[in-house]
Write a protein that binds this ligand. Structure first.
Ligand SMILES: Nc1ncnc2c1ncn2[C@@H]1O[C@H](COP(=O)(O)OP(=O)(O)O)[C@@H](O)[C@H]1O
Ligand SMILES: [Mg+2]
Length: 242
């Protein structure tokens, strides 16, 4: 089973230590949460893992294969893919076309693009919206299409940056269902999210960042029970309120 590692990663960004010696591992098929207050360095860590930002020091690997110097496109071809905080769709295109664009980056033939798109529209319950233009879609649907577009590349490791932000309770549950479909295909998920109920429902393990440092790692239950984790959230997001 392949494992994605980042080891002792440090990043200086905007005059601050955005990350200080952070190490993390995700094995194929796992669902792992990445939590922490605003500004903790969560997005920066996804930037480093996905190749959008070179770390000042430290390395990123899949098993023994070094990724640290590879650009995002090369990493995507090795199965490492991410979505962005506030991900947007091509609003002038249909749901189907947005997912097809993801599949096209597989570099496969047209028949396979159509097949993979159909498969995802089915498993993520988007079939009825296939021909809807993405302009003005509810946020919950948008996030499911963003997920489908990312899954179209058949990533081995998928990183999601706050996918449930702005979603209603019902939309969040629908998104969780969609993530289960992704995991059933064997995709490992690293998800940044403030909604603790979501993290609890989706993830087995979690890492907690605070001010660029790894504050805690453990099972989701251990994480939420940790006084250090609860203290890190005081004044930002109340970890016990979810
Ligand atoms: N593009 C950027 N330019 C300069 N500083 C940045 C940039 N992105 C993030 N930072 C800084 O890096 C730190 C970590 O930010 P970020 O990774 O976005 O945190 P999080 O995702 O946990 O809210 C913050 O102090 C933030 O101001
Ligand atoms: Mg962020």
């Amino acid at each position: 089973m392949p494992v994605l590692h980042c080891s002792e990663v440090s990043v200086h960004r905007g005059g601050v230590h955005a990350l200080r010696g952070v190490s993390l591992e995700i094995a194929a098929g796992e669902a792992v949460g990445l939590i922490g207050p605003n500004g903790a360095g969560k997005t920066t860590l996804l930037d480093v893992l996905s190749g959008f930002l070179p770390p000042g020091s430290g390395e990123v690997r899949i098993d023994d294969r070094h990724l640290t110097k590879l650009d995002p496109g090369r990493r995507a071809r090795l199965g490492v893919h991410r979505t962005f905080q506030g991900s947007r769709l091509f609003t002038g295109l249909s749901v189907q076309e947005n997912v097809q664009l993801g599949a096209l980056s597989l570099g496969v033939d047209k028949a396979e693009v159509v097949r993979r798109t159909d498969e995802l529209l089915g498993s993520l319950e988007l079939e009825g919206l296939r021909h809807r233009r993405c302009q003005g879609l509810p946020q919950g649907v948008t996030q499911r299409v963003v997920l489908a577009r990312a899954l179209a590349t058949r990533p081995q490791f998928l990183m999601l940056d706050e996918p449930a932000a702005g979603l209603s309770e019902v939309e969040t549950e629908e998104f969780e269902q969609s993530l289960r479909a992704a995991r059933a295909e064997g995709t490992a998920v690293l998800v940044v999210e403030h909604d603790m109920r979501f993290v609890e429902s989706v993830c087995e393990r979690a890492y907690v960042l605070a001010e660029g440092s790894l504050l805690f790692q453990g099972s989701v239950q251990e994480t939420f029970a940790s006084p250090a984790v609860q203290a890190a959230y005081l004044g930002t997001t109340d970890v016990t309120a979810a």
